[in-house]
Design a protein around this ligand. Structure first.
Ligand code: FES
Length: 166
């Protein structure tokens, strides 16, 4: 004896088949459009190129504050934003370009702005301090050094890339 309830009629079979094929074709057509629409979101921020900031001949042993503009792409929105670096030559003669963003909670540090600590970077928000080479001073709130910009020297010009953790 056959159980009629469990049998699929020809009409039902055709309905299922056509719905499945239609759904598959619809998904195949829509998927590339969705990918195209959200592509900028998936890409995230554009990689920063290296930007000219100053001539190497202008770099001294005293940190100098330099501001430069970088292109930023965030989703569909493109803009130019300011970046700042403290640039100087170390005692060994190496170029160092430090980010002014305090690694504690993101305030802006200044060079030699606190009379008590004339050779340090100082963050006024919670009295964070860093040595000249950006190393956080024990006993102050920051727990890691200031980030340093990647750099290149081309034809006597200093170009900065992204600020990275050290
Ligand atoms: S944000 Fe700089 S010390 Fe807190």
């Amino acid at each position: 004896m056959t159980d009629k309830k469990n049998q699929v009629s020809r009409r039902q079979f055709l309905n299922y088949t056509l719905t499945g094929v239609g759904g598959f074709m619809g998904a195949a057509m829509v998927a590339p459009m969705v990918g195209f629409a959200i592509d900028p979101l998936l890409k995230g921020q554009k990689d920063t190129e290296f930007i000219y900031v100053m001539d190497v001949s202008e770099i001294t042993n005293e940190p100098q504050r330099k501001t430069f503009k970088v292109d930023q792409v965030d989703g569909w929105y493109e803009s130019q934003v300011d970046r700042t670096a403290w640039i100087f030559k170390t005692e060994e003669g190496n170029i160092l370009a430090l980010s002014p963003v305090c690694t504690h909670l993101g305030c802006t540090v200044d060079w030699a702005s606190n009379e008590q600590y004339p050779n340090q970077f100082f963050c006024p928000c919670h009295n964070g301090r860093y040595t000249k080479t950006g190393v956080n001073i024990e006993g102050t709130p920051p727990t890691e050094p200031l980030h340093a910009y990647e750099y290149k020297v081309e034809d006597g010009k200093l170009l900065l890339g992204k600020a990275k953790k050290r």
